[in-house]
Write a protein that binds this ligand. Sequence first.
Ligand code: 13P
Ligand code: 13P
Ligand code: MG
Ligand code: MG
Length: 365
Amino acid sequence: MRVTLSVIKADVGGLVGHSRVHYTLMEKARKILEGKKKEGLILDYRVMACGDDLQLIMTHTRFIEDEEIHRTAWETFLAATEVAKQKKLYGAGQDLLKDTFSGNIKGMGPGFAEMCFEERPSEPVIVFMADKTEPGAWNLPLFRMFADPFNTAGLVIDPKMHDGFVFEVHDVIEHRKIKLRTPEETYDLLALIGQPGRYVIKSVFRKSDGEIAAVTSTQRLNIMAGRYVGKDDPVMIVRCQSGFPAVGEVLEPFAFPHLVAGWMRGSHHGPLMPVGFTNAHPTRFDGPPRVISAGFQLCNGLLDGPIDMFDDPAFDRAREMANRIADYIRRHGPFEPHRLSADEMEYTTLPHVLEKFKDRFEKLE
Ligand code: 13P
Ligand code: 13P
Ligand code: MG
Ligand code: MG
């Protein structure tokens, strides 16, 4: 059967501050999605949380960017916002930028990643969810999964993967996109995605048959809103095994806690720490940025899982390294490169400082 997997997320209020989602918001979301399942709109669903971001994971047969599915997500976020407002949770309705739904959740604030595929005889998928960072945070791990033979043995030894993959990259500043093929355009791809604040991998396809392998959320909230409204806290879906990277090859890049933009006030670089579900609650300096991974086996569109894939002592060292990096980089205080460069700063007093002193600046000889 052809099934669509939709992951739609929003921050609609935090407990305490920006650290986690209140369980009553999750209960509200579950109640609504259970109703939609009974109505037959969706096949199955899971409600999850990463930090202060509420995650709706849904399966259905209606294809991507479907109006009714997006409306359901939007109405669920509105209902959860009402609960958040009653409880005076922090930043209630933070990510909901618009008042009225108009057919599609795109550009309205919430982030989404969706893919439609023919369910294979066995269909393992992993949903990654991050808090306190931006969509470009997936660039490095996606490159390693699908284009780095030192990470993914299958690129070398699995004939079904040996041709390589095609990466669709979005320029989120100029609003344009390009497809690049690996391994032959590897260096061109890296030239772009090494600038993750601008060039973001949207999806990855298997070159031999065009089959969808991975998809990310690429919405950038501040660009949509024109002001600081929190980080995007992106999601990603990756299909595994049988001609795609094995589950372990998909998880392996996260054994290295690479530096990402986000953290405190969306304005600092810090390590992306892979954690189990119970530790997805960033508190130290509102971080460091977190990523969780939820494994599912699909069975006729039903979700078996989530399995907590980073709940493994083999990732302890990555967590320890992330803590060391956090100690080190935090000591830079307000200095770059801990603080983002001025053009990336989203929550900044810099314009006010410059305005205040505009008459006191003197020309250099
Ligand atoms: P406010 O305290 O003004 O909301 O901004 C800070 C913030 O939310 C970052 O943690
Ligand atoms: P969120 O994007 O997770 O709401 O975080 C906002 C923030 O400013 C944290 O310091
Ligand atoms: Mg928040
Ligand atoms: Mg968040």
